[in-house]
Design a binder for this molecule. Structure first.
Ligand SMILES: [Zn+2]
Length: 436
């Protein structure tokens, strides 16, 4: 009896105490949310709570060891003032000394291709409500408003997107291109840019749409740079939502990889908004898709002038981020980061500038034809530059009727304004586009 008890005791003692290990800690600081990610070697049980005066967020992780130096975290742009940790009875306690009040939330994420088990702590400022106030201000002022263009740099934070052979990350180059486009749009009369993400942090796909809605965007542009197994693949493409499934095999593959960003970037289940989900079923989506195809076509036409494109037409696939039922939305794949030449291009400031200018021209010609009522651009039939008269340089294949149609003016009027007697045009010839 005594002996068997001893054996049992010995067995128990020899079982390894399998503490979970925390191999890495990352912090992403967004303007209204901070995210702290613990990389784990397996699932853990944890508890999260808040202590006041001073404000602290406490994370207790059962049976865990910290192998990461918390002092290496860059706290400068975050809500966190200091991070401390202590172990007691094999349990780990991490204390975040906050700069002010926050609402924390935590959840576990299962492994994906890029990461293992993760414990995510989201810190939200209590004051950071969605910009509802902005909407009411806009509604009450009877003045003409600017056209609002939401610029969405894909990926971010924990989700680097595609990677090039020389280490270029999609999340970095698309943010750089987005910022250039933002700058160009800000200089346009009657247009205002809003950035969906302004730094290196992740925003869930639905939150991206929600942000665009909150800002009352008239157009949503998501910027990406994809990768493919075959390093020779190159060129840009423009995508809009398909309700019936992808228009090509490549489209299905691409939509799947872009949609999986939420798994990599990490989204908790309560991020799903019921209201939004029901709105998604709205039948008005068809009209929105038609408008998206329209702006996408103009964008593709501009991109063709500076780079090779995959397809001569806008492609369609089931991208979650393009599902806003009432905001025309397009996704621009600016190039293949997996192609060495395009990777070099994509990180070149000059090339980024060219891409942004092409996108701006696409946006401009769309709103010249489709200015939303109540906007400054809608006041003049030919858009912001109508007063001084636009100029158009003839390219190969242009016809007088085509140009007249493009600017919604009669051929006769166009001929008179340019002293043309017939319909013959010369490549390189400049036409004055008169104000109606
Ligand atoms: Zn992407």
């Amino acid at each position: 009896m005594q002996r068997s008890l001893l054996i049992l005791l010995a067995l128990t003692l020899s079982l390894p105490v399998s503490a979970a290990t925390i191999e890495g800690v990352r912090l992403w600081s967004g303007p209204d949310q901070n995210r702290l990610v613990f990389d784990l070697n397996g699932p853990v049980s944890h508890k999260l709570f808040v202590l006041h005066s001073p404000e602290r967020v406490v994370v207790d992780i059962k049976n865990a060891r910290l192998l990461h130096d918390l002092g290496r975290l860059d706290l400068s742009k975050s809500f966190v003032h200091r991070v401390r940790s202590a172990t007691h009875n094999g349990n780990l306690r991490v204390v975040l000394d906050m700069r002010g009040k926050v609402q924390p939330k935590s959840f576990l994420l299962k492994p994906t291709q890029k990461y293992g088990h993760r414990l995510v702590i989201d810190l939200q400022e209590p004051s950071s409500k969605p910009t509802v106030t902005q909407r009411s201000v806009q509604a009450t002022t009877g003045k003409v408003r600017d056209v609002i263009i939401a610029i969405d740099a894909g990926h971010g934070g924990d989700d680097p997107g595609a990677s090039g052979r020389h280490g270029t990350r999609e999340k970095d180059v698309v943010l750089a291109i987005a910022r250039r486009l933002e700058r160009l749009i800000r200089q346009e009369r009657g247009m205002r840019p809003v950035m969906i993400r302004t730094g290196d942090y992740y925003v869930s796909l639905r939150k991206r749409m929600q942000k665009a809605r909150d800002m009352k965007a008239d157009l949503f542009i998501s910027i990406h740079a994809d990768a493919f197994r075959d390093g020779r693949a190159r060129g840009a493409s423009v995508w809009v939502l398909s309700q019936k499934g992808a228009s090509s095999e490549a489209g299905r593959w691409l939509a799947e990889s872009e949609n999986s960003a939420d798994l990599i970037g990490g989204v908790s289940l309560d991020d799903k908004d019921d209201l939004l989900a029901s709105v998604l079923l709205d039948l008005s989506q068809n009209a929105t898709i038609a408008a998206s195809l329209d702006v996408g076509g103009l964008m593709l036409g501009e991109l063709k002038r500076i780079t090779k494109v995959h397809k001569p037409h806008v492609e369609q696939a089931g991208f979650v981020v393009l599902k806003s039922p009432d905001i025309p939305s397009i996704l621009v794949e600016t190039g293949f980061i997996s192609n060495s030449r395009e990777e070099r291009n994509l990180r070149d400031p000059n090339y980024q500038r060219k891409l942004a200018s092409a996108m701006l021209r696409g946006v401009r010609s769309y709103f010249t034809r489709n200015a939303p009522p109540g906007t400054l651009l809608a006041l003049k039939p030919s858009g912001p530059k109508a007063k001084s008269g636009r100029k158009y340089v003839i390219r190969r294949g242009d016809t007088l009727s085509g140009i007249a149609q493009k600017y919604r003016i009669s051929q006769k009027y166009l001929r008179t304004a340019n002293n043309l007697s017939g319909d013959r045009l010369k490549v390189g010839q400049t036409l004055r586009i008169p104000v109606m």
